[in-house]
Design a protein around this ligand. Structure first.
Ligand SMILES: [Zn+2]
Length: 360
């Protein structure tokens, strides 16, 4: 469907069940909008609102917690959503990818199928359900609870601890909540480092854990605290007004920092790479428009050269870790980073809940 401002055409208001929700799209005049939302079957599109060209309509989530609870209160409605999201063009065997009807049959049990293709289940058949090979497999918890956990995790900016989740969903055992949260976190993980888009990219390192956090970075460096005594280094790059990429690293030596930047920053498209004066970045001048702010000399901003955006992301992360998680061990740090990265990069996506669900 084409968006035209003059035609008063909007794709944002949807009637949902008994109630009404706003379903905003960041669409522009002239855009073609595919109605490919996961929950498309539930929406009736009403075209009576004006789309302002170039302006995202709103960043409100498309779903409130109350609506989520109403819509997905029972197992069948949750499973129907998962099925529609997972197989928008019809059910397929998760093992051999044959479609329903192609020696893949419905079982009498709802949302269960059997595949009798020779290379797959054969004569006995391979049985699968809508949750086979998803994070929901092998859990005794209702899907409606899982949905609520995912929702809570996507909506809190600084993250939500397993303990808070435990209280909210009233899970009998804290470990259950912890297990669910960890699996959802894993579903938020980007499998690879993606190139950042943007004119100005800021790159910076952060140190996690221990008292070194309270020290000035020059002192930490002098004391060589990185890597030792349980301190862990994280490197991140951020496009201003764009996305962030961060990774835990073993050390902050030149090869590590330099190769990270070369992997995530496209040198043909970037206009400025801003870092602090860490010597690990000194080789970036070969190939990149690299500028440095000298924090040690008290310089934090020089025109457009600064690292405030990435430092804002670090402080969001640290406040999250301190406020909600209290302690994050090195083993789990990559998962927490993935969660914060995912939430930051999808901060304007009203469908963030569905996006996580799709990764599950
Ligand atoms: Zn199969």
């Amino acid at each position: 469907m084409r968006v035209t401002a003059s035609a008063n055409c909007a794709i944002k208001k949807a009637l949902l069940g008994q109630g009404e929700v706003w379903f905003p799209f960041p669409c522009r005049e002239g855009d073609y909008v595919r109605l490919d939302t996961p929950a498309r079957n539930r929406y009736i599109w009403v075209m009576n609102e004006k789309v302002q060209a170039g302006k995202p309509l709103t960043t409100q989530p498309s779903l409130s917690l109350a609506e989520l609870k109403r819509l997905y209160s029972d197992e069948d409605s949750c499973k129907a959503l998962l099925r529609d999201m997972r197989w928008p063009d019809g059910v397929r065997c998760p093992r051999c990818n044959h479609a329903l009807g192609d020696r893949v049959y419905n079982l009498s049990r709802k949302f269960h199928w059997v595949c009798k293709n020779i290379e797959c289940g054969g004569r006995n058949g391979y049985r699968f359900s809508v949750i086979t090979k998803t994070v929901f497999e092998n859990t005794n918890y209702p899907l409606s609870t899982w949905f609520e956990v995912i929702y809570l995790m996507t909506q809190s900016r600084k993250g939500i601890s397993a303990l808070q989740i435990h209280r909210q969903i009233k899970s009998g055992d804290y470990r259950t909540a912890w297990y669910m949260v960890m699996r959802v976190r894993a579903a938020m993980k980007d499998p690879e480092l993606k190139k950042l888009l943007g004119d100005v990219i800021e790159v910076d390192e952060m140190y996690h854990g221990g008292k070194a956090e309270n020290m000035h970075r020059s002192k930490r460096r002098r004391l060589a605290l990185v890597g030792a005594k349980g301190k862990v280094a994280v490197i991140g790059a951020i496009a201003r007004k764009g996305n962030v990429v961060c990774r835990m690293v073993e050390n902050t030596d030149t090869p590590v920092l330099d190769s990270f930047v070369r992997r995530v920053v496209d040198k043909d498209k970037v206009e400025l790479v801003a870092t602090d004066e860490h010597s690990g970045y000194r080789l970036l001048k070969y190939g990149y428009p690299h500028e440095v702010v000298k924090h040690s000399a008290g310089e934090y901003v020089r025109g457009i050269v600064h690292t405030n955006t990435i430092e804002g992301f670090w402080s969001l992360f640290k406040r999250g870790v301190m406020g909600s998680f209290h302690h994050v061990s090195k083993a789990y740090l990559p998962l927490y980073l993935a969660e914060f990265q995912f939430r930051y990069n999808n901060r304007k996506d009203p469908d963030i809940f569905y996006k996580v669900l799709a990764g599950c």
